[in-house]
Design a protein around this ligand. Structure first.
Ligand code: FPP
Length: 235
């Protein structure tokens, strides 16, 4: 354990809740509930081994096209999740953050998100971020727009635009660089998740459905990361 390289920032695409439920002849909502219940132990473990930021994908900009009852269920579940976990999050010195478009998110949920972010904003422990109504292409487009606006206003010069400056406009501007991106459920794609941030991240795919992805599995992903030779284009 002491020889392990611990990634500073880990992202997870928590995929396979629906298939987990289907395999058990349960409604999809049961899969989401099981998926939600699975988050805590992973956050806890990440915090204990010294990960600085954990960013999990809970709702994509494309997920609005799912049946209305599933979308509503996810909104309510997220609200309940925040209300239930906030006390522990604060106790554990975790900084809670939601990344994504705030547009279209129902008011009750926005209120809960703002409260949780504000009450934990000075915490110096793990950054626990939930990507909600998040799409990476949208994030990058939004950065480009804000950079253009700042250029027009004369706040920055055209010459100063660099990859470093661009990163400062991302939702994750104050997170460490993404080191490891995990996707569960056997799908081998990034699905519009943290595309800029994943430029040099190590990718880890597992066939396990998210509700079955336990601390041991997370540990295995960290072990695997630890063995990777990261060259960043060098030799
Ligand atoms: C993928 O499963 C998962 C999601 C769309 C969102 C992840 C959501 C949770 C873990 C629960 C909600 C958590 C919070 C914090 C709101 P899928 O439905 O795409 O599964 P499938 O590909 O097997 O159908």
């Amino acid at each position: 354990m002491s020889d392990l390289k611990i990634p500073k920032h880990v992202a997870i695409i928590m995929d396979g809740n629906g298939r987990w439920a289907k395999k058990r002849n349960l409604p999809r909502s049961f899969g989401h509930k099981a998926g939600m219940n699975n988050i805590e132990s992973i956050v806890d473990y990440a915090r204990k081994i010294g990960v600085k930021a954990l960013t999990v994908f809970a709702f994509s900009t494309e997920n609005w096209s799912r049946p209305k009852n599933e979308v509503d269920m996810l909104m309510r579940a997220f609200d309940r999740y925040i209300k239930k976990k906030l006390k522990d999050i604060k106790k554990q010195n975790i900084r809670f953050k939601v990344i994504g478009e705030k547009r279209n998110i129902p008011d009750f949920l926005l209120k809960a998100i703002k409260m949780a972010e504000s009450e934990t904003k000075n915490n110096a422990g793990l950054i626990f971020a939930i990507a909600f109504n998040y799409g990476s292409q949208e994030e990058i487009t939004d950065c480009a727009k804000r950079i253009a606006q700042d250029c027009i206003k004369g706040k920055i010069s055209l010459r100063s635009i660099s990859t470093d400056l661009f990163s400062k406009y991302l939702y994750t501007h104050d997170f460490p660089d993404l080191d490891l991106l995990i996707r569960t459920s056997g799908e081998l794609r990034l699905s519009n998740y943290l595309l800029w941030q994943a430029s040099y991240a190590e990718l880890y795919f597992t066939d396990k459905f998210w509700p079955d992805f336990k601390v041991d599995d997370f540990q295995e992903a960290i072990d695997d990361f630890s063995k990777r030779d990261r060259r960043y284009g060098n030799i």
